[in-house]
Design a protein around this ligand. Structure first.
Ligand code: AHR
Length: 336
């Protein structure tokens, strides 16, 4: 063999070996290229692929929920396709379209607002992909467009804040309300629970200021500053639809030279460790929990929906409450 023929043969062998290598690394994934694992009967079992259209990262609660879903997916060997909606419905709808195109096995949606999801949920249903709602409801004419909602009773959370503040204010005075992002289920339902309980049980307490704080610390602070400028010392208490806005309100009250938790009473919702600490320190008064670690419940629900089990339309978690009676003891137990 000539020298040039020997080099040519060597090159062919290298190319052939590398082609075998490519083929074998792909051999377990089937048509999708996803890794596969063996089931109990020794057959190939497809790894579950779930799309998660998250609202965004507006609050500590939301970040804890995202982490809980990611951790649980890893624990269960689920291929999670995560999309951060950045508080924008159009991004969430785009993410769901992309999940449908990728033929995921199921979709988890934490809707930023209640309206406007019906058409895309219909597309998911037509593609045979079950949807589980995380923490927030949607308004749809056809309830079969989603399997279930895993979350808390937002109306009750608002009611509990009204009952706490109403008693603490001896049934009289003025309240400022800092709401979550307008049109979202927690904003609508917490406001309903709070306003209705106040009107029914404490008719001599008035809501004298009301604004959207978008569930964010910075916005909560900005809104509280504006309320203090406009209403000054007339505000006896503030109800914040989440802890982050409450943390912002505490800063605004302190910077205005007043004592949060004393000069102005505060009730919030979520149960973040940072806020339970503020209650323990006397800077805030009442924090109603909204359970954030939903990963396990969400994946249980989506698995049942994939298995075509009929689920109740709501799977509600029971929430705790932290105030002067228990906050000090509970701070260290908080996981988020
Ligand atoms: O839907 C749950 C709410 O959304 C939480 O109270 C809030 O912190 C989050 O942004």
């Amino acid at each position: 063999m000539t020298r040039s023929r020997i080099i040519a043969c060597g090159l062919v062998a290298v190319v052939a070996l590398s082609l075998v290598g490519c083929g074998s690394s792909d051999s377990g994934g089937g048509a999708t290229g996803r890794p596969a694992s063996a089931d109990s009967k020794g057959g190939a079992k497809k790894k579950l692929v779930i799309g998660f259209a998250q609202t965004g990262a507006e609050s500590g609660w939301r970040k804890a929920e995202t982490q809980s879903v990611k951790d649980e997916a890893e624990k269960r060997g689920i291929d999670l396709k995560f999309s951060d909606g950045q508080g924008k419905q159009e991004l969430q709808i785009q993410a769901i379209h992309s999940f449908i195109q990728q033929k995921v096995d199921g979709i988890i949606l934490a809707p930023v607002v209640v309206t406007g999801f019906e058409p895309v949920l219909k597309e998911a249903k037509e593609a045979g992909i079950p949807v589980v709602l995380s923490d927030r409801a949607v308004e749809v004419k056809d309830p079969s467009l989603y399997a279930t909602l895993v979350g808390s009773d937002f109306v009750d959370e608002g009611k509990r804040c009204a009952e706490y503040l109403g008693k603490k204010m001896n049934g009289k005075g003025n309240i400022a309300e800092i709401e979550g992002n307008s049109g979202s289920a927690p904003q609508i339902e917490r406001k309903k629970g709070f306003d209705e309980a106040l009107a029914k049980e404490f008719p001599n307490i008035k809501i004298i200021a009301d604004a959207d704080g978008k569930f964010e610390i910075a916005k909560g602070k900005e809104v509280m500053e504006a309320m203090l400028r406009a209403n000054g010392k007339n505000i006896n208490a503030v109800f914040c639809h989440n802890d982050d806005m409450g943390l912002g309100a505490i800063q605004a009250i302190q910077e205005a030279g007043m004592k949060p938790g004393k000069d102005i009473l505060i009730a919030t919702i979520d149960g973040e460790k940072l806020m339970v600490q503020q209650v323990a320190d006397g800077n805030s008064n009442c924090c109603v929990e909204c359970k954030a670690l939903l990963g396990s419940g969400l994946f249980d629900a989506i698995q049942q929906a994939i298995d075509k089990k009929i689920l109740p339309k709501k799977m509600i978690q029971k929430d705790d409450q932290f105030d002067e009676t228990n906050a000090k003891a509970m701070v260290e137990t908080r996981k988020y």
